[in-house]
Design a protein around this ligand. Structure first.
Ligand code: ATP
Length: 376
């Protein structure tokens, strides 16, 4: 059976590639502002997941970042020349690109996020695109006013901020790191924190400095670092011990929603961190982890037994009231059920409160409560 796709795809992909991608169900067409976009839902050849094709070009996907669990050995293995250490923050990834004169915000998966697109004028100086219309700004939206994340972060008190960490060109090539730092400084666009440049081939002092940075980030309740080469090469990511515990605390209510690997990965990261830094796992850390992994699901189970669903609450600010409906439609489209609670005018913005219902996780708990058996 042949399915229709927009003709412009043939500018970027061969007929054979399109057929393969269709067979894999990796191409998804959608409309926005009367424009047609096709997003790639799985990595293919040089295209990362989330690449978006449209009539006049491609929004390259944001590349995956390899993780290391042993900081010193990972750095020695992958960085022979100079590199920078950037803070890794925990929010959601956004690429901002200008299409037909309008800046649009794309999620990691290649959807247009109505919330972030609405808030672009609050997040960056869009004069950037007058000078660099072909560039794509990549960064993380963080803060308690996020429509996607619920993990509390100690460094943003309200609403959201956009912290930028890359510039891609239309071919997906990253702008040279130091040039990027300068351009963002010139436009006063808020960049992620950074340290460096470092070079570990000359001795141990830079390595000691990096270890100090990670220990400080750990104490300050920060997520971790992304290490990026000055010249060619791959970036790597490494997270703090405290972030592993915060992840467990923020997600244990989703124990029947998330894959088990999500939780075991956090345990492994914590164990590696303690091994490398010679830190004994304190009773306090162990108790908090056990509490997160047992008490939070226990509370969730009680709620479901009382007839409630597994839920998460959100409180977001938007500039245009219509954005609330668009956001809810967008979230519903990504397989999540949303219930709007209220929309109120608040200064220059509208404040929308809603909650997300986790259908699969709720159903599984209900089935177990009803005594339904299963094979594990
Ligand atoms: P990946 O797709 O790289 O395997 P992921 O989507 O599971 O990973 P994470 O494990 O959190 O996400 O790590 C990668 C993400 O970290 C990036 O996609 C980006 O959104 C975010 N990030 C935060 N800070 C930075 C930074 N300084 N540089 C690059 N990415 C960063």
């Amino acid at each position: 059976m042949s399915t229709l796709y927009p003709d412009f795809l043939e500018k970027y992909l061969t007929e054979k590639e399109i057929t393969t991608l269709k067979e894999r169900e990796s191409l998804h067409t959608y409309q926005f502002n009367e424009l047609t976009f096709v997003r790639l839902s799985q990595e293919y050849k040089d295209y990362p997941r989330g690449a978006v094709f449209y009539e006049k070009g491609i929004i390259p996907g944001y590349p995956r970042i390899m993780r290391i669990l042993h900081l010193e050995n990972g750095i020695n293995r992958y960085f022979k020349d100079s590199f920078y250490v950037e803070e890794k923050v925990d929010g959601y990834n956004i690429r901002i690109a200008v299409i037909n004169g309008t800046p649009l915000a794309f999620t990691r998966g290649g959807f247009i996020c109505p919330f972030t697109t609405d808030r672009i004028p609050d997040l960056i100086d869009t004069n950037f695109f007058k000078e660099y219309p072909e560039y794509i700004i990549c960064g993380e939206v963080v803060g308690p006013g996020s429509p996607y994340n619920t993990e509390a972060i100690p460094y943003v008190d309200e609403d959201v901020v956009f912290l930028v960490f890359d510039i891609l060109d239309e071919e997906g090539i990253r702008l040279h790191i130091e040039e990027r730092y300068k351009i963002f400084e010139r436009f006063n666009i808020q960049q992620i924190r950074r340290w460096g440049p470092f070079n570990v081939s000359g001795g141990t002092s830079d390595m000691d400095e990096i270890k100090k940075i990670i220990l400080e980030l750990d104490r300050d309740g920060r997520e971790g670092i992304v290490i990026k080469p000055v010249s060619d090469g791959k970036s790597v990511k490494y997270v703090t011990l405290s972030s592993c515990l915060r992840d467990l605390e923020a997600t244990a209510h989703l124990i029947t929603e998330l894959p088990a690997g999500f939780f075991t990965q956090r345990i492994l990261r914590a164990v590696f961190f303690c091994h490398e830094f010679g830190i004994p796992l304190s009773s306090e850390y162990l108790i908090s982890s056990a509490k997160a992994l047992y008490l939070i699901p226990e509370q969730t189970l009680k709620k479901v037994a009382d007839g409630e669903s597994v839920k998460e609450f959100f409180d977001v600010r938007v500039r245009n009231k219509n954005t609330v409906d668009e956001l809810i439609q967008h979230l519903n489209r990504s397989g999540v059920r949303i219930q709007l609670v209220s929309v109120e005018k608040s200064g220059d913005h509208y404040r929308a409160k809603f909650y997300r219902i986790y259908i699969k996780g709720t159903r599984e708990l209900r089935h177990r409560l009803m005594g339904k058996g299963f094979f594990d």
